[in-house]
Design a protein. Structure first.
Length: 167
């Protein structure tokens, strides 16, 4: 499942899977306990695919940060606990993302990223591949060579009008 369907809801712990949208909000299922909840659109709802982490040069999508953590941890949970002290969290994040902006990325942000990553790994949702990446296979659609019913034949397919059969 892509990060497009995974939500963070302000004021609620953990992550949620988007079930459906309603007129007044959405229905989501908690990854932690599987309970479904109705969330009004007025709540602060963030889709993980839209979240980015500040680096010194640019904003790095959360998916790419998760990929770097996954490479470091070989697909397993993080080696540092989300409740570790500030220094341990910053050291770990510096190993994963050496150019993150220390002035704009707070320890609470690092804690959330680690919690979210561990939750996704625990629920087998750790596919952080790029959904927009193109494959190496040529996906050019086959061209239909048959003329449509409303097309008229070309000049070389029909006899000329001035040609009359010889008697």
């Amino acid at each position: 499942m892509s990060l497009n369907k995974i939500l963070s809801i302000g004021g609620k712990p953990g992550l949620y899977r988007l079930i459906t949208q309603t007129r007044t909000g959405l229905v989501a299922q908690a990854l932690i306990d599987g309970k479904k909840i109705s969330v009004p659109i007025a709540n602060n709802i963030s889709v993980l695919s839209e979240i980015a982490i500040y680096t010194l040069e640019e904003e790095l999508p959360l998916r790419e940060v998760f990929q770097k953590i996954s490479e470091k941890e070989k697909g397993g949970k993080t080696s540092v606990a989300p409740k570790a002290d500030k220094l341990a969290l910053e050291e770990y994040f510096f190993e994963v993302l050496p150019d993150y902006d220390e002035d704009r990325v707070y320890p609470s942000d690092i804690k959330k990223v680690i919690q979210w990553y561990n939750l996704l790994v625990e629920h087998d949702l750790a596919d952080f591949s790029d959904p927009d990446a193109t494959s190496d296979v040529d996906e050019t659609p086959a061209v239909d060579e048959t003329p449509a019913a409303d097309e008229t034949p070309t000049a070389d397919e029909t006899p000329a009008a001035d040609e009359t059969p010889k008697e």
